[in-house]
Design a protein around this ligand. Structure first.
Ligand SMILES: *Cc1c(COP(=O)(O)O)cnc(C)c1O
Length: 645
């Protein structure tokens, strides 16, 4: 059943909390107007009071109303993300605190590029970074020099880009520093070893360099700074940097094949080249650690280390979680051999899962305590990965996914704020670091550190207020996440029964056990042994389950999404195993045919907290499976009726 804690948290599937939202909106809209009037209350109103009676005004208003009505009518064809009948992509209803905060902040129009344009919301953005850092287990006290730092982006794509930028800056900085060789600094002995430091080692070197600079007089200091800037990869560009260091080559990014395509975009955008992305195989849709170890050993034999190893926490298509703990163990061993690298976690989807493991005091809950609240979650591997988060270098989290905020809010969090100095636009960053050592005042110049420029302060307000109302621990925000995992467990149980119920008509399986709140389902009608045929059949099966342009919301009983299983994603053997369960012949796989080299499957994201509606004795999960059963029957009977024999 739905946790009553969540009743006031959403507008609700039926708009149940309409009065609450309306009250808040009217209250804060008025409050905004009073604020306008009170900026200089004796300034008279430039829009005359009588203006509202003039024909031009009325015509403008009429035209505006007409267009707004048209928009409002058109928007009725939107996908009903808020409905418990929506089981498709990574989106659901919006959290009320965030929605209200965003609408409240919008007319003030703060621009979080810098404090000058956003004196209030820029601090809220820095606070959101700290809130997320705490959720992840990073140091989150700004008084601590090694405190984490996080900022918002338009989404996970740009957060991942920022991770690449930072990893490249940290990896190449020691090489640049070696080139100018400030006397008395303890520098790596050659370019290759300088290019194999971990971010932590590189940050220590950066710290040492800044302290050394602090001992020089102003003229000498700026001379040394200029020399360093002139050697940095960000100044020279990849081609000239590597030409200057002939023993070095661009370092690859290691990521599982399940990684989001934003990684390819990022590498192209930064001019590093798509070829630098080494996609590693998976086992059960999780990064295959043996393959990862082989790749690392291979690089090590050539005296290299990767730029970044990416672990995905909640893969976009499958919801699976990479063995982050094992990746960190590999990194530590490699670091010991002088072959360090950065570890980034792409938790755009799964970041907020960490809330269910987090105590209010910030510590990690023992697995036994967590598992008491679930039938199966968290699996041993899931728990190990989630509780290892604190050991990574940076993380991407999307508040506009499992944070239930409106689109336009992703986040990048790095474990040690000192690293950000390397991303600062303009060469005088070191001065700030020395002179202005206050955490907040440094990052109030946010635009200097982030890929974007002008950005919505209202989004930061939404994230901040949400995390204040629902702190990111298991007693607050975690209760929402818990609801989604319980729904997933109920979904899996119901799916098992469904598999038996429809055995006469179709073979159905859950291709791999879900680790969080995303479940896939493979279906093949009994008697069909051909992969292409299975895909065609499922495509028809899916038609009423997705919104198309021009279709009305009411015409759909449920909404779901789909994805495909390819052998390069989960391994040939695993794919063959699934095809076998479905009764599909392995020989019908055609590697040269995009319709027969992969298996189309249903994909369900179970984010809606009202899937199990005890209040009315309705389980939308049960109803969904009943719907699937009817659909199956209609399709199969239809086929029999239309078949020639
Ligand atoms: C969604 C997602 C992204 C991209 O995030 P956007 O917010 O869509 O830009 C990146 N990585 C993963 C794992 C994701 O799920």
């Amino acid at each position: 059943m739905t946790d009553p804690y969540l009743y006031p948290a959403f507008l609700g599937p039926y708009g149940e909390n309409d009065a609450l939202l309306e009250k808040l909106l009217v209250e804060f809209m008025r409050d905004h107007v009073y604020w306008r009037r009170n900026v200089h209350p004796d300034d008279p109103p430039p829009i005359p009071t009588r203006a509202a009676q003039q024909p031009e005004f009325l015509a403008f208003e009429a035209r505006m109303r007409r267009e707004l009505h048209a928009l409002s009518a058109a928007l009725k064809r939107s996908v009903p993300f808020h409905s418990p009948r929506y089981l498709g992509h990574m989106v659901s209803d919006l959290l009320l605190p965030g929605l209200a905060a965003q609408m409240l902040a919008l007319p003030y129009n703060p621009n979080n590029v810098s404090a000058e344009a956003a004196p209030v919301t820029i601090d809220l953005e820095i606070q959101v970074g700290l809130q997320l850092a705490r959720m992840l287990g990073f140091a989150s006290d700004p008084a601590d020099v090694a405190c984490a730092f996080g900022h918002l982006t338009s989404g996970g794509t740009i957060a991942n880009l920022q991770a690449l930028r930072l990893a490249r800056a940290l990896k190449s900085f020691p090489v640049a520093l070696r080139q100018i060789a400030p006397p008395g600094l303890d520098l790596p002995e050659d370019d290759r070893s300088a290019f194999r430091l971990t971010p932590r080692q590189s940050i220590a070197l950066l710290d040492e360099w800044l302290r050394w600079l602090g001992t020089r007089d102003a003229t000498e200091r700026s001379m040394w700074q200029r020399r360093l800037v002139g050697e940095r990869i960000e100044q020279l560009g990849e081609a000239r940097f590597f030409a200057r260091h002939p023993t070095l080559e661009p370092a690859p990014v290691l990521a599982p094949v399940t990684a989001h395509y934003s990684w390819a975009k990022g590498l192209k955008l930064l001019g590093m080249g798509r070829d630098q992305l080494r996609l590693l195989p998976t086992r059960g849709m999780r990064l295959d650690m043996r393959a990862c170890e082989r790749e690392l050993a291979d690089l090590e034999r050539q005296g290299k280390s990767p730029l970044l190893a990416v672990a995905v926490l909640g893969s976009t298509e499958f919801g699976t979680i990479d063995p982050l703990d094992e990746l960190l163990a590999l990194r530590d061993a490699a670091t010991g051999r002088g072959c360090g690298f950065a570890v980034h976690v792409d938790a755009a989807w799964g970041g907020y899962l960490a809330t269910v493991l987090r105590e209010e005091d910030g510590t990690i809950r023992p697995r036994g305590d967590v598992s008491k609240e679930y039938a199966r979650f968290p699996g041993e591997r899931t728990y190990a990965a989630l509780s290892a988060l604190a050991g990574v270098d940076s993380v991407t989290v999307d508040p506009h996914k499992l944070g239930y905020l409106a689109y336009g809010v992703g986040a990048f969090v790095c474990h040690d704020q000192r690293a950000m100095a390397l991303l600062a636009e303009s060469a005088d960053y070191v001065f700030d670091h020395q002179v202005d050592d206050d955490y907040f005042s440094r990052f109030r110049q946010l635009g200097r550190y982030i890929p974007e420029g002008s950005k919505p302060g209202a989004a930061a307000a939404a994230a901040y207020v949400t995390h204040q109302v629902m702190p990111l621990d298991h007693r607050h925000f975690g209760r929402l996440v818990r609801q989604t995992i319980l729904a997933t467990e109920a979904f899996v149980d119901r799916a098992q029964r469904f598999i038996g119920e429809v055995a006469g008509q179709a073979r159905v399986c859950i291709p791999y056990p879900p680790e969080s709140n995303l479940v896939c389902l493979a279906i093949n009608p009994v008697g069909n042994r051909d992969l292409r045929q299975a895909n065609r059949w499922l495509r028809t099966f899916l038609e009423p389950l997705r919104m198309t342009r021009g279709s009305t919301v009411q015409a759909h009983a449920f909404f779901t999404s789909s994805t495909t299983l390819r052998s390069d994603l989960l391994g040939r053997d695993a794919l063959l195993g699934i095809l076998d369960t479905l009764g599909i012949d392995a020989c019908s796989i055609r590697d040269d045919d995009a319709d027969a080299d992969r298996l189309l499957i249903l994909r369900h994201t179970l984010m809606n907290p009202f899937l199990l509606d005890d209040e009315n004795g309705i389980s939308y999960i049960d109803r969904y499976f009943e719907y699937l059963r009817e659909r199956l029957q209609t399709l199969i009977l239809g086929e029999r009726a239309s078949s020639p024999d």
